[in-house]
Design a protein around this ligand. Sequence first.
Ligand code: BJW
Length: 234
Amino acid sequence: MNILVLTGAGISAESGIPTFRDADGLWEGHAVEEVATPQGFARNPKLVHEFYNTRRRCLLSPEIQPNAAHRALADWEREHSARSAGDFLLVTQNIDDLHVRAGSQNVLPMHGELLKVQCLESGQVFDWREDLSLETPHPEFPDEESRRGWLRPQVVWFGEVPLGLGVIERAAAQADLFVAIGTSGLVYPAAGIVQSTKPTCHKVEINLGNTPASPAFDEHRRGQASVEVPRLIR
Ligand code: BJW
């Protein structure tokens, strides 16, 4: 049985990372087009750096840890591959690293990673745990003043192409079980993955409530991911 899992901000909410669109979510107090588009970054890089610096510091604080849902997915993958029972791919829209920290192996972060930065000129990607600013030296040319401020967070903003779409498309076409966890089903192409699965694929949605994508799923489990994910795989 080939398993494809898609996660969104809801799975990390119980680890203390705010979602985007719920009350008190990340978009509250921020215009999306100012902080999550290439145009916003071009207009006001300082604001965008501050937005992601705050989130990076939050992610690196000791209180933020994987929760029972992250751990259950890692256990599920381990058991599945120990039985050589088919493919297992975990696609996450989250830019945190909580799936990897929980022990998941085959993780595809389709919207990028908060702990990576990208050079605006070469596209080269570097691991990163510090604040970014317009004064940040380039890691490969630390002494060159003229190369300061050339780094951006390695995240996928609106209007940019998400990562690994070919892999995701193939996994969706081959999946026998598709599980979407804690995502609002509003942001494409992630929200359309469910439509790319074959008719015989069993599709499960785990969320606190209904989403615009709910009608495309066969089974709905309503509740907190930390409760419903362990229950699903039990
Ligand atoms: C719980 C829970 C608990 C809470 N337990 N559940 C018009 C129509 C269709 C599409 C478009 C359109 N106009 C423009 C587009 C395209 C656009 C798009 O989709 N826009 C829509 C908003 C309309 N998409 C893009 O631009 C994408 N690129 C693209 O399309 O390229 C073109 C292309 C595609 C394919 C091939 C070739 C070309 C890029 C999208 C990039 C999204 N980037 C962001 C920011 C990333 C960096 C960052 O983190 O800052 O990604 S936006 C933000 O939304 C972030 C998230 O990954 C993403 C999805 O959010 P998510 O995870 O669903 O979170 P929430 O907050 O929305 O929902 C949380 C859910 O959890 C809720 O349902 C809760 O109920 C639930 N929950 N606690 C279980 N404890």
